[in-house]
Design a binder for this molecule. Structure first.
Ligand SMILES: [Zn+2]
Ligand SMILES: [Zn+2]
Length: 233
């Protein structure tokens, strides 16, 4: 309850809703109470105009002020967006591949771009920069880490060949198996292993060993793309 002085009589108010002040009191000395909605602006006691909106009640003067403030805020926002777009267009080469996701460092959307020649992803608005090769290597590493102790189909390269196999213990399997690298793994069991063996039968060298054909290389790259790893995480 707030004490107010309106019409020269003792009046108390209560806030029914934000922007509302309902006034009760005695008028002209008569013992009758009345209700009036007055402007929701602090320190304004003018009757609210009811022609504008039902959830925020303001007097005519404060409505006009609110509309002016809103227009100024909108203009300011437009100017900020315009300036940002101008800056981005200045930094990003016309032929750069723009990415749709937001910058991990500053959170700006649609401002990351890939420099195709050296494969670096940059933010046009902040200092964020990422070596894509290094990033993929780290992603692959943490993906492999998660696979230990789980049922996986692994791709193990040794020389010019890739072994596609299934294991429930990748750590033990890798210690038994001579290999140069583990270019990919995917979560799954025997069924998935069978499916992959069938899918790449044209590339088959011996039982579980396959030649590095473009189809198999594409498949491995797809499995370990940042997008695929993110959705597997
Ligand atoms: Zn007002
Ligand atoms: Zn950024």
């Amino acid at each position: 309850m707030v004490q107010l002085s309106v019409l020269g009589v003792g009046i108390s108010t209560e806030s029914a809703m934000p922007g509302y002040k309902v006034v009760r009191g005695r008028q002209m000395g008569a013992e009758r109470s009345y209700e009036r909605v007055i402007c929701g602006q602090p320190d304004c006691e003018v009757e609210a105009a009811d022609a504008f909106a039902s959830d925020v009640r303001l007097c005519v003067f404060h409505w006009q002020k609110a509309i002016r403030d809103f227009n100024v805020a909108t203009e300011t926002l437009r100017a900020v967006e315009f300036e940002r777009d101008r800056k981005v267009n200045e930094v990003v080469p016309a032929d750069a591949e723009r990415l749709k996701w937001s910058c991990p460092a500053c959170g700006e959307r649609g401002t990351l771009w890939v420099d195709g020649l050296v494969e670096v992803t940059r933010c046009a608005l902040c200092a964020y920069e990422r070596d894509e090769q290094e990033y993929r290597r780290r992603m692959t590493q943490s993906h492999l880490f998660r696979a230990f102790g789980k049922s996986v189909v692994y791709y193990v390269r040794f020389g010019a060949y890739v072994k596609i196999g299934y294991t429930g213990n990748l750590g033990r399997r890798l210690s038994d198996l001579a290999h140069d690298e583990v270019p990919a793994i995917e979560f799954g069991a025997r069924k998935l292993e069978k499916r992959r063996h069938g899918q790449f039968r044209a590339s088959r060298h011996t039982r579980e060993w396959f030649r590095m054909t473009p189809e198999l290389v594409d498949h491995i790259e797809e499995l370990m793309s940042p997008e695929a790893l993110q959705s597997a995480a």
